[in-house]
Write a protein of this length. Sequence first.
Length: 183
Amino acid sequence: MQIQPVLAADSFSESPAMTDVVVLGFPRSTYVHIVRLVLTHKGVPYTFRDLEPEMGSASHLALHPFDRVPILQHGDFTLYETSAIATYVDEAFEGPGLQPKDVRARARMNQWISSINSYYYPYMIYHVTHERMVFPQLGIASDEKVVAHALPKVQRAPEPITLSAASSRLQISSCCQVRMLSG
Ligand SMILES: N[C@@H](CCC(=O)N[C@@H](CS)C(=O)NCC(=O)O)C(=O)O
């Protein structure tokens, strides 16, 4: 099954003269989707720059020393880490508030985001999705032992996360986004 990006690479892009917000990443990335969804929901126009050909290069590492995406540039301000970017976009721009005003609801949101990043994402993506979806697409043999080790860790999620190898990236994306928008 071919997974399409939630947003096309050039959707909502504007000419650089019209916006000083740039999202750098590659179109399939779950975390890049989250940043783009947040910007879209806030009504902030942005330019998307595909960093895939530059991943790991000196120019990429100068922007993100941990060799990841997304990266947000807003004028002369550069920021990485999806959660920090989402919070920044919410607080730096007009538009609908994305975070609960209630302090406990906001804490719960951050608990969920941190849990996804720390406990679920590595197993769901690196162990399940890569083995079942990415490796076969690249012609690399997948290892079901890795999947079998990861699934129980994913399934102990306190709220139901329906996991299928084909859609796990999108589900994680929507999980984080739903949490950001809740409350
Ligand atoms: N903690 C980072 C994680 C970002 C991340 O893992 N991004 C993936 C794409 S979804 C990436 O850059 N992968 C490149 C690689 O692993 O080489 C964040 O929240 O932004």
